[in-house]
Design a protein around this ligand. Sequence first.
Ligand code: 2P0
Length: 335
Amino acid sequence: MTEAAALAHPNFALSKYWGKRPGGGNLPAVPSLSVTMAGFATRTRVCFDGALAADRVFIGGGPASAEARARVVALLDRVRAAAGRAAFADVTSESDFPMGSGLASSASGFAALALAASRAAGLDWDAARVSDLARRSSASAARSLFGGFVELDAGPADARESDLHPARALAPASQLPLAVLVAVTSEAEKAIGSTEGMKATMERSPYAKAWLEEAPRLHARLREALLAGDFDRVGELAESSALAMHATAIAAGIVYWNAATLEALAAVRALRARGVAAYFTVDAGPHVKVLVRPGDAGPALAALAAAPGVLRVARGRVGPGAHLIAASPPGEARA
Ligand code: 2P0
């Protein structure tokens, strides 16, 4: 038996990935730039065991759904192929925040799984190699291998399936001091997963072409603003990216927002009207993430918590990349 355990934080994109490059291989059609977010985490333990007759996958204390299990097994199969091993694995994964609701549980989940599985199989891969492995399961997961501000390029047109396409660290957390507030607007799992939502958007949205042209331009401007340390410009461009992504998706009938999402956006605009520099972004779910300077976190949190329909407001901060942790005994990990 060989085992390893890893912890990864979710990340959210300031410049959004939405849409895959045609031709397979789970390569993004547009570049993205994210923030890795401490304050939320997924812990995953992988144990390869020659005595197992099949992979066993437990997520959140219970057996994984058939769909989730298949995605985990596909990653384990890649690891087994690379390591030249055949043993099945026992996988246990726990997140300390709601899963499948647009809080990036697939990003932290596949980042932690990729690191734990590769290490448990004896592969001594660097973060880039592990990031590429995670990216094949969920593109946003590639970014959670790194801390601070992270970039994932669009897939090149001539990419081959075997080419590495990892994310990379762009700047440390100190590049732009910020606090992140997450206005949680629903406890339900989202109805449309990201993979399905972006596929429908690319197939049906009349604005898909405009998005594919505009997203790289927004990305380049946001990257420049970040490297210049311009908080307001980063915030404005992050809002533009989120709004363009959602407008494109909504035109295909893919609506992730609820009434409280709109109330939270209004609360952010009201904060700005009274001089608090707050900016929002929204991912493939109804929650609203708000960027503020650390000194403005108190009033911004109070304003968001008072928005009708906002259930609670969690506070995150820019955090580190995925890392190995001590593996706990099987019984304990599943308790
Ligand atoms: C992002 N999202 O850049 C964008 C913005 C959600 C909205 O990446 O199909 O779970 O597994 O590669 O990475 C969510 O999509 O999709 C996502 P797959 P993923 O963060």
